[in-house]
Design a binder for this molecule. Structure first.
Ligand code: HEM
Length: 156
C-alpha cells in the first residue's frame, strides 16, 4: 500500500502550485533572438558571468515590483525567468553560454504586452546595468541588439 502510493507519487510530474510547465519546444541558441557579439569586450564590460547574474537579479526584481508592469509577471515562473534571462544575456554578450529558453514570440505569446510595457522594461534594464557600472556605450550596444525583439514581444 505504502509502496503503491510511493510509486504513484513518483510517476506524477513535479508541478508546483500555480506553476504550469511550458509547452514542449526545441532547445536552441537561435531561440535567444540575436547573434552574439564577436570577441569578449562586451562580456567584460558587463563584468562577466557574475556581473550578468547581478544585473539579471536586479532587473527581474525591478520588473516584478514595478507598478507599471508587475501584474504581467504575477503567477509566472520567476526562478526559470532568472535562469533563462542569464543564459540569454550571457549568450548574446559573447560569454559562450547556451540558451535553453523558448523563442521570444512563444515566451511572450498572449501576454498583451504594449509599447509602454517595453519602455518600462528597458528603463529597468538601464537601471540594473548602471548599478553594475556597465559603461553607457556598452549599455546602448546591448539595447540595440534587443530592440528588434520588440516585434516578437509587443502585441498591440
Ligand atoms: C527585448 C525585450 C525582452 C526580452 C529580451 C525578454 C526576454 C525574456 C526571456 C529570455 C524570457 C524567458 C523565456 C523562457 O524561459 O522560455 C522571458 C519571459 C518573460 N517575459 Fe520577457 N523579454 C522581453 C520583453 C518583455 C516585456 C516587455 C515584458 C512585460 C513587461 C516581458 C515579460 C516576460 C514574462 C512575464 C515572462 C515569463 C513568461 C513565462 O514564463 O511564461 N518580457 N522574457
Amino acid at each position: 500500500m505504502i509502496l503503491t502510493a510511493f510509486l504513484l507519487a513518483a510517476a506524477t510530474p513535479a508541478v508546483h502550485p500555480g506553476e504550469e510547465p511550458v509547452d514542449p519546444y526545441e532547445i536552441s541558441d537561435a531561440n535567444a533572438g540575436a547573434a552574439p557579439f564577436a570577441g569578449d569586450a562586451m562580456f567584460r564590460a558587463f563584468n562577466g558571468r557574475e556581473g550578468i547574474d547581478r544585473i539579471v537579479t536586479t532587473f527581474v526584481g525591478l520588473n516584478t515590483s514595478d507598478p507599471r508592469i508587475s501584474d504581467i509577471f504575477k503567477g509566472q515562473d520567476i526562478v526559470r525567468l532568472n535562469r533563462t534571462l542569464r543564459e540569454q544575456f550571457c549568450y548574446i554578450l559573447g560569454g559562450g553560454c547556451a540558451y535553453t529558453g523558448r523563442d521570444m514570440r512563444s515566451a511572450h505569446k498572449d501576454m498583451g504586452t504594449q509599447t509602454a510595457d517595453m519602455n518600462a522594461l528597458v528603463d529597468n534594464l538601464q537601471k540594473a546595468m548602471t548599478k553594475e557600472g556597465v559603461p553607457f556605450r556598452a549599455q546602448n550596444r546591448f539595447l540595440a541588439k534587443l530592440a528588434p525583439m520588440k516585434r516578437d514581444v509587443v502585441e498591440r
